[in-house]
Design a protein around this ligand. Structure first.
Ligand code: FAQ
Length: 356
C-alpha cells in the first residue's frame, strides 16, 4: 500500500536523488581504489600542497591524513551542527508519537524518530574522528556554543505537521545532503550515504500522510494545506543565508566539503516541490511562484532571512523549549551513562583477569 498507489516524491522527481546517492557510493569505492597513488607524504613534503593535490584529485581525506587546522575546524562545526540537528529534530515529531491517529501510524513514526537518533550517532562518530569527543560536542550544544538547524524551532500544531516534516523538512534535508555524499572528508561522506538512503523513506512516509489527508475530508485537506502554509518558508530557510551573506560557502566549496551553494540547493528544492505539490493537490503559499523559461527554473519568493537570523540567535518560537527539554533529558540520562561506564569497566577487569 505505502508509496505504490501514487507517485512517491523521488519517483516524481525522476528517481534522481537516490540515483545520485548510488553514484556517490560508487565514486567513494573508486576513490578508495585510487588512493594508493598518493601514498603518505614524504617527511620533507609541502603538506599544504599535498592536501591540495588530494582534494584536486577528488580523493578522500581520512582521519589519519594531515589536514589544515581550518579544514578540521570547519568539519567539526558542520558535522556537529548536523548531529545536534538530528537529535533536537526528534522533538517536534516525538511530540506526536502518543497522539498518532492509528497503531500503524504510531509504529512508523516511532521507527522514524529512532532513525533520527541513529543519524545523530553516526554523525557524532564521524565528528569524533576529527579529534573531539562526544562529551565535548554534547557540552558545546547544551551550553549554546554550537548550533542546530533553525527548522526545529517551529511547533508541530497538528498531525498534518508530521506529514509536512517528512515531505518538506526531510525533502530539504535530502537535497542538501545528497551532495554531501561526495564530501572530501571520508567519514562524513560515508555517514551521509547511509543517512540519505534512510531519509528517502522518511520523506515518503510524510508524503503519504499528506496524500491521504489531501484526498480525505474537506477538513483534513484544510489541515494539510495549513501545515504546508506554515512550513514552506522555514523549509526554504533551512538551506542557510543567501549566497552573498554565506560566510563559509566559498571556502567549504573550495575544500569540496560543500558541492553547491545555499541558493543553488534552495532552487533545486523549489523546482522539485512544485511538481510534488501538484500530485498532492496542495498549493505552495507563494503567489509569485512561476516557471522562468530563460533560467529553466521556477522564480519564487525568498524566505524571510531576518527571521532566520533571529531563530539562529535563539529567538524562534520554540528555541527555549527545545534546549530545556534536551538539557533535562541529558540530566535524566546520567544514570544510564554511569551504568554503561561501570559495565564497560567491569568487562575490562574480567578480560584482564582471564589474560593474567
Ligand atoms: N540553521 O556560511 P553559511 C536534519 C548558520 S536536516 C541554523 O551558509 P554553512 C534531518 C551557519 O552554521 C538539518 N544555522 O554556513 C531531520 C553559520 O553559522 P556559524 C541539518 C544556520 O555551514 C529531519 C551561519 O549561519 N542538516 O536534521 C542555518 O556553509 C527531520 C552562516 O551560514 C545539516 O546540518 C540553519 N538553517 O552552510 C532530522 C546539513 N543556515 O557556524 C529530524 C549539513 C546557516 O558561522 C527530523 N550542514 N546557519 O556561526 C550544511 O549543509 C551547512 O552547514 C548549512 C549552512 C547549509 C546548514
Amino acid at each position: 500500500m505505502y508509496g505504490n498507489d501514487f507517485p512517491a516524491p523521488d519517483d516524481a522527481s525522476g528517481g534522481g536523488l537516490l540515483g545520485e546517492v548510488e553514484a556517490a557510493e560508487a565514486a567513494l569505492r573508486e576513490a578508495a581504489a585510487r588512493a594508493r597513488r598518493f601514498g603518505a607524504p614524504t617527511p620533507d613534503a609541502d603538506l599544504d600542497a599535498y592536501f591540495a593535490d588530494v582534494i584536486e584529485a577528488d580523493q578522500k581525506i581520512e582521519p589519519r591524513d594531515w589536514m589544515p587546522e581550518a579544514y578540521r575546524r570547519t568539519l567539526i562545526r558542520q558535522i556537529a551542527q548536523h548531529a545536534h540537528s538530528e537529535i533536537i529534530g526528534m522533538q517536534p515529531e516525538g511530540n506526536w508519537i502518543s497522539r498518532a491517529p492509528s497503531l500503524k501510524r504510531k509504529a512508523i513514526l516511532l521507527a522514524k524518530v529512532q532513525d533520527e537518533a541513529g543519524h545523530g550517532l553516526y554523525l557524532y562518530a564521524a565528528a569524533e574522528t576529527l579529534g573531539i569527543s562526544r562529551d565535548e560536542l554534547v557540552d558545546l550544544l547544551l551550553s549554546g556554543r554550537q548550533k542546530y538547524s533553525s527548522i526545529f524551532n517551529y511547533p508541530t500544531l497538528t498531525w498534518a505537521d508530521v506529514g509536512v516534516i517528512g515531505w518538506l523538512v526531510d525533502g530539504a534535508a535530502i537535497v542538501n545532503q545528497v551532495p554531501l555524499c561526495r564530501c572530501s572528508y571520508g567519514p562524513y561522506a560515508r555517514a551521509m550515504i547511509r543517512v540519505c538512503k534512510e531519509e528517502s523513506f522518511h520523506q515518503r512516509q510524510g508524503y503519504e500522510i499528506l496524500h491521504v489527508l489531501a484526498h480525505g475530508t474537506a477538513e483534513q485537506k484544510a489541515m494539510a494545506q495549513d501545515a504546508v502554509d506554515r512550513w514552506w518558508y522555514p523549509s526554504l530557510a533551512m538551506f542557510g543565508p543567501p549566497d552573498g551573506d554565506s560566510t563559509h560557502s566559498a571556502q567549504s566549496m573550495a575544500w569540496k566539503i560543500k558541492r553547491f551553494s545555499n541558493d543553488e540547493l534552495r532552487q533545486r528544492f523549489v523546482d522539485m516541490c512544485v511538481q510534488q505539490a501538484e500530485v498532492l493537490g496542495l498549493t505552495l503559499p507563494d503567489e509569485d511562484l512561476r516557471w522562468n523559461d530563460e533560467r529553466g527554473a521556477y522564480d519564487y519568493t525568498q524566505p524571510d532571512y531576518d527571521e532566520l537570523m533571529q531563530v539562529i540567535k535563539g529567538n524562534g518560537p520554540c528555541n527555549r523549549q527545545r534546549m530545556e527539554h534536551r538539557r533535562r533529558a541529558h540530566t535524566d540520562g546520567a544514570w544510564v551513562r554511569e551504568a554503561a561506564a561501570a559495565y564497560a569497566a567491569k568487562r575490562e577487569q574480567q578480560k584482564e583477569k582471564v589474560a593474567a
